[in-house]
Design a protein around this ligand. Structure first.
Ligand SMILES: NC(=O)c1ccc[n+]([C@@H]2O[C@H](COP(=O)([O-])OP(=O)(O)OC[C@H]3O[C@@H](n4cnc5c(N)ncnc54)[C@H](OP(=O)(O)O)[C@@H]3O)[C@@H](O)[C@H]2O)c1
Length: 269
């Protein structure tokens, strides 16, 4: 497989590092003003060709992956489209860039809009994607293989759901970091020294996530109930968090705010 990667920052370099661990990737041409950054021990992998801008692109590709910031996407697409063959599949991971926007530049080519998240940098993310009608089943398989270096990959039934996907899993890691910060602050407020509070809060979140990962067939609700004895300490805290569905309402509001922001950003493209 020959890949063109436009943008090699956080997400682009994570994907590049994953692709280079595989032997079915024949060539990756990277376009980025900073070159091809990736965390491979073999930084001199001969399959990678780096160019500072799109004028250095030569040859044909199976897939072009766009991993630049949404703000520069229009300019990048306008510059790139005339340089690509008519059958290349174009995959964008930029937040809020719709299939319609991609089609304005890339026409009838097979198009994919994907939304990864930051745990993808360590292969533990989840990526939702939608496609236009032009992909063959082989190309659909190739998309999954391309994105699974970032972790799980799920096909989203309709593009209208992508803003919700972004609001849940795209932005979601930040909610968990914010939750960890809040637990830290509560630990300090309850009289613990800062170092201890930070360690307890962080490892509690890491451990709970690892437990959920290990017990894939057990729902979060069942895991919660397993640590909640009637009349005990956990129940006292959960009563505060869950009374009148307080936590659920807060998360619904937060996810809705992110979804609305995503819709507004998409409309402004
Ligand atoms: N990070 C996330 O959590 C996350 C999650 C889901 C989706 N995404 C999406 O992934 C995309 C990339 O995000 P990121 O965090 O990887 O961004 P990033 O770290 O800023 O990487 C973008 C890279 O593209 C380079 N670039 C800028 N203009 C370019 C051009 N015309 N041609 C080629 N390269 C160019 C940038 O260089 P400069 O630094 O000089 O501009 C930078 O090296 C975004 O669209 C974002 O919405 C990110």
């Amino acid at each position: 497989m020959d890949i063109l990667l436009i943008g090699c920052g956080h997400m682009g370099s994570a994907m590049l590092a994953g692709w280079l661990r595989r032997d079915d990737i024949a060539r990756v041409v990277v376009v980025d003003p900073h070159g091809a950054k990736h965390d491979q021990p073999d930084q001199g992998d001969r399959r990678v060709v780096a160019c500072a801008d799109a004028s250095g692109i030569t040859g044909n590709f199976d897939i072009a992956v766009l991993a630049v910031k949404p703000q520069v996407m229009n300019a990048v697409c306008a510059d790139l489209a005339p340089r690509l063959s008519a059958d290349v599949m174009v995959v964008s991971i930029a937040a809020g860039i719709t299939l319609t926007t991609l089609a304005k530049h890339f026409g009838d080519r097979p198009l994919v809009r994907a939304m990864p998240n930051t745990p993808g940098a360590i292969g533990r993310g989840i990526t939702g994607y939608v496609t236009n009608q032009k992909l063959t089943s082989k190309q659909n398989d190739a998309v999954v293989r391309l994105l699974d270096v970032l972790g799980d990959v799920v096909q989203v039934p309709e593009e209208s759901m992508m803003d919700a996907v972004t609001a849940v899993s795209g932005s979601g890691p930040a909610y968990i970091f914010a939750l960890t910060e809040a637990l830290e602050k509560a630990a300090i407020a309850s009289g613990l020294p800062v170092d201890l509070a930070v360690k307890l809060a962080r490892q509690t979140v890491v451990g709970a996530a690892a437990l959920m990962d290990e017990k894939k067939d057990t729902s979060p609700e069942a895991l919660r109930k397993a640590v909640t004895s009637p009349g005990g300490t956990t129940e006292a805290a959960l009563h505060v968090l869950m009374e009148n569905r307080a936590l659920e309402t807060l998360f619904k509001k937060a996810v809705l705010a992110a979804k609305t922001r995503g819709q507004n950003l998409a409309q402004s493209q």
